[in-house]
Design a binder for this molecule. Structure first.
Ligand SMILES: Cc1ncc(C[n+]2csc(CCOP(=O)(O)OP(=O)(O)O)c2C)c(N)n1
Ligand code: SF4
Ligand SMILES: [Mg+2]
Length: 280
């Protein structure tokens, strides 16, 4: 939609000017051109409304990831968004930049390929807990170990949302799901422990309620210059919350507000209900 701003900044042959000529023209007549850009320029509005259920937390992550990228002033052609499969995995398709929506669990393998192919690109992965910590868990071990530069945003709704609400690697012990009618018998994966077991690491936990913290975490993750993993506490109202007795999405959001607190300077490790950034 709002591509005209970027077109103005980066004119091509069609417009009859060279980038240099147009750049000089714009700087001379309108030095504040960057202020024309907004997060909206990074989103494909023609694809809205999204396929997500009303009130789902994934849309919040989409907006704040776009805001983080916009405020870092990363030109659209320098950012690539990659997703695997799942409701969260639909995110890549809503970004108005080059994007990849690949096989379930393979987001990090694709992202690493993109980064190794063109090191100047900023690669952002947005996918779900099932995609990144379940079927894609092996890729997570090794892409993080190799400290490949990318920012991974894991939308943790503690469930396989897209496929109807089966327990996922992050489902809390005792939680009733479609595949654990008597409560999950397993402890969830410890994403913080896994990522911080690497000597060089960047692990952040944020949430779809703590918006400034979410944006800051994504910005720091993108700017790190290595592998960064941001676990975003979210929820799935339709295929998890309703089964657990929540009446609507705001009720689930409110529980996140009540349960989680930001720790601005964690000493090497976050408590279970703390949000913050742990990095070397
Ligand atoms: C190889 C393979 N196995 C299983 C599936 C079915 N499948 C699609 S999405 C999904 C779960 C996604 O869960 P998550 O990554 O947590 O995303 P959410 O929908 O919760 O956002 C599964 C199991 C698939 N598409 N491909
Ligand atoms: S099924 Fe759940 S995770 Fe998927 S869009 Fe709906 S509320 Fe969100
Ligand atoms: Mg999920």
């Amino acid at each position: 939609m709002a591509n005209w701003k970027v077109t103005l900044l980066r004119p091509d042959e069609e417009h009859g000017f060279s980038s240099f000529q147009d750049g000089v023209f714009l700087l001379f007549f309108f030095p504040g051109w960057w202020f024309l850009m907004s997060y909206k320029d990074y989103i494909k509005w023609e694809r809205m409304p999204s396929t997500w259920c009303p009130g789902c937390g994934i849309g919040i992550v989409l907006k704040y990831a776009a805001m983080a990228i916009d405020e870092l002033k990363i030109p659209k052609e320098d950012v690539v968004v990659v997703s695997g499969i799942g409701c969260s995995g639909r995110s890549a398709g809503y970004f108005d930049v080059e994007s990849l929506h690949g096989l379930h669990g393979r987001a990090l393998a694709m992202a690493e390929g993109v980064k190794r192919g063109n090191r100047k690109l900023k690669v952002v992965v947005i996918s779900g807990d099932g995609d990144l910590l379940g079927i894609g868990g092996n890729h997570l071990l090794h892409t993080s170990r190799r400290n490949v530069e990318m920012c991974v945003i894991c939308i943790n709704n503690e469930i396989y949302g897209m496929t109807g609400g089966q327990m996922s690697p992050t489902t809390k012990k005792g939680t009733v799901t479609l595949t654990s009618p008597e409560g999950s018998p397993y402890n969830p994966v410890n994403a913080q422990g896994l990522i911080t077991s690497n000597k060089d690491h960047f692990y952040a936990r944020s949430s779809v309620f703590h918006l400034n913290h979410l944006k800051k975490s994504i910005q720091e993750g993108i700017s790190r210059g290595g592998f960064s993993f941001i676990e975003v506490i979210s929820y799935c109202i339709e295929n998890n919350g309703r089964r657990l007795g929540f009446k609507d999405a705001p009720e689930m959001l409110d529980l996140i507000r009540k349960n989680y607190k930001v720790n601005p300077s964690p000493a090497g490790k976050l408590g279970d209900l703390e949000l913050g950034i742990v990095k070397t």
